[in-house]
Design a protein around this ligand. Structure first.
Ligand code: MN3
Length: 246
């Protein structure tokens, strides 16, 4: 038996004991260091909830304070926590060599990782409406390269907005509409995302996303998702979208 196999067996045995006495990941990580085992375990990120770039009531009247508070501090926090939990579970799988729950934790990390990433973009591509009480920069029209590329790839800003609105209003169940930049041919594309992670368009980076889960609008708009989508254009921060395009 190769030395590495012996190390691995001893490690798994030790890790099993650690698990049995109920110690957490910190203890497991210490065991890993002691056993000189896999450098393949890799480092873990402790994901944290990003701050909103405006107050919870700043998007009124488009989005009400109660919805924004719950959406950011409860829902988004839940995805952050879920992502940390699933990535720790995957690290523990690497530590013990037990991948029996790989399908479960892979799905959980995609779902929560998608939720964290999409919400993190969502907050930053909105701003208080120009036409609202705070007279912010939200709404209006894009400028510069973004404006040129939207016209080039969709025909006009109006046609783009129609396609995006239709995509958002017609996501089946919970999900998102996204405008993404596809690097391979430098095109902007509109696509739907189901849940937080399904229907992904590979090689495409989201630059504008709209959350159409009911938790994003139901308190104010009830079942009228289409009205929520139409009102949302008043808080789009086009400068931030342009910066994402790069
Ligand atoms: Mn949401």
């Amino acid at each position: 038996m190769a030395t590495s196999d012996i190390d691995r067996r001893n490690f798994i045995k030790t890790a099993g004991i650690v698990g049995a006495v109920g110690l957490g990941l910190g203890a497991t990580a210490k065991v890993i260091a002691d056993s000189k085992l896999p450098e393949t375990l890799g480092a873990l990120t402790e994901h944290t909830l990003p701050s909103l770039p405006y107050a919870y009531n700043a998007l009124e009247p488009f989005s009400d304070e109660e919805t924004m508070t719950t959406h950011h501090s409860k829902h988004h926090q839940g995805y952050v926590d879920g992502l940390n939990k699933s990535e720790k579970a995957l690290a523990e799988s690497r530590a013990t060599g037990d991948f029996s729950l790989i399908e479960y934790w892979s799905k959980k990390s995609s779902f929560n990782g998608g939720g964290n990433a999409l919400h993190s973009i969502f907050w930053t591509v909105m701003a208080p409406a120009k036409t609202g009480p705070l007279k912010g920069k939200g709404g209006g029209e894009p400028s510069g390269e973004l404006s040129k590329k939207l016209s080039r790839d969709f025909g006009s800003l109006e046609v783009f907005k129609k396609q995006f609105s239709a995509a958002a209003a017609n996501v089946e169940g919970s999900g998102w509409a996204a405008l993404s930049h596809r690097k391979s041919d430098d095109r902007l594309i509109v696509h739907q995302i189901e849940n937080q992670h399904k229907l992904s368009s590979w090689d495409a980076t989201p630059i504008l996303v709209l959350d159409v889960w009911e938790h994003a609008y139901y308190l104010k708009y009830k079942n009228m998702r289409k009205d929520y989508v139409e009102a949302w254009w008043n808080v789009v921060n086009w400068d931030a979208v342009g910066e994402r395009l790069g």
